[in-house]
Design a protein around this ligand. Structure first.
Ligand SMILES: Nc1ncnc2c1ncn2[C@@H]1O[C@H](COP(=O)(O)OP(=O)(O)OP(=O)(O)O)[C@@H](O)[C@H]1O
Ligand code: NI
Length: 325
């Protein structure tokens, strides 16, 4: 079997707040192949950022703790590495664009210096080479080299996000984790940033984990998709498998709540009920209180993961091998 770039195995992460345990991630298994772009989609609080931070070795402890699981990067277990070792991987081999671009840039350094610094830190090269690389990266993300000496406050939100992408890609990482890279941006800029990410993915062959609420964004950029609900992957497959043959009722609900461009007048359907409180998760299938197809078994027993077709996995009692529920 072909080796994956990243494997997340049975990841469990909890936060303890005021003596209560928040079950943020509950046994996630995920693989990303070399050069693959995987979209991780789910509602707010589903555990997307927690999953990403686990890969980066950045779960804040306390209050967070990786209770169990393993992160394997390029054939090597990286979970549990000492901070010093992790730092060699982070920012170089694996980089992350964080949810809030406004807080991740250093306000007192020029954008050019910030990119050059990352290059110097991770690629063994001279100062001049690092500056040249930084200029090239700026141009690649569509920022002219004259702006090298400007500070973050002189840039718009979309431009700052481009700088973040330039920083993240400056050392040609093998894996880029992008946590909702476009949600803070307006629609036209969003489209430009997505187009840019597509271009860079093709140019560098970087694999990506793209975190988003938006199934439309996934369709634009991703090869495959994983749907996360209450800290579990409920459906996973290639784009055509999932978009062409939705199996999990939660995924179906997400599709139904997408705005329909043809029928503007029709009101959006929303999934009934709310995401469960992660400090008080329901028994059985965590989606059962909201599920239109719920059976007695769903209320008490945790569903298995069923491979409905090769590579298309669904965590549902009603999913059948070789068939849709
Ligand atoms: N530092 C923290 N301390 C306590 N609880 C946390 C912390 N970080 C996350 N959580 C909790 O863990 C759960 C999962 O949060 P996470 O940020 O991973 O979700 P998410 O899917 O990224 O959501 P969003 O789409 O809003 O970014 C939530 O219930 C959240 O409140
Ligand atoms: Ni998040």
């Amino acid at each position: 079997m072909e080796k994956n770039l990243l494997e997340i195995k049975n990841l469990v992460v909890q936060y303890v707040v005021d003596g209560e345990t928040v079950e943020a991630v509950n046994g996630i298994d995920l693989e990303i192949g070399y050069g693959e772009t995987l979209g991780l989609v789910g509602e707010t609080g589903a555990g997307k950022t927690t999953t990403a931070l686990s890969v980066m070795g950045l779960i804040p402890n306390p209050p967070g703790r990786m209770v169990s699981g393993e992160i394997i990067y390029d054939g090597r277990t990286i979970s549990g590495l000492k901070e010093k070792e992790y730092r060699k991987i982070r920012g170089g081999e694996i980089t992350m664009i964080f949810q809030d671009p406004m807080t991740s840039l250093n306000p007192v350094m020029t954008v050019g210096e910030q990119i050059a610094e990352v290059v110097r830190l991770h690629a063994k090269c001279s100062r001049l080479e690092a500056v040249e690389r930084a200029v090239r990266m700026l141009e690649l993300v569509g920022i002219t080299s004259e702006r090298y000496h400007q500070y973050p406050h002189e840039f718009s939100g979309g431009m700052k996000q481009r700088v973040m992408i330039a920083i993240a890609l400056a050392c040609t990482p093998k894996l880029l984790i992008a946590d909702e890279p476009t949600t803070a941006l307006d629609v036209t800029i969003q489209a430009q940033v997505l187009e840019l990410m597509n271009k860079l993915k093709q140019e560098f062959g970087t694999a990506m984990l793209l975190i988003t609420h938006d199934l439309g964004v996934v369709a634009e950029v991703c090869d495959s998709v994983a749907i996360i609900y209450a800290g579990e992957i409920v459906e996973r497959g290639s784009l055509s498998q999932v978009y062409g043959g939705v199996c999990h009722p939660y995924t179906q609900g997400l599709f139904d709540s997408l705005p329909d461009l043809d029928e503007e007048s029709e009101r959006l359907k929303t999934i009934q009920g709310m995401m469960p409180d992660p400090s008080d998760l329901p028994r059985g299938c965590k989606f059962h209180p909201r599920c239109p197809n719920c059976t007695d078994q769903c209320k008490t027993e945790n569903p298995p993961v069923v491979e409905v077709e090769p590579g298309h996995k669904v965590k549902c009692w009603l999913a059948q091998e070789g068939g849709e529920p």
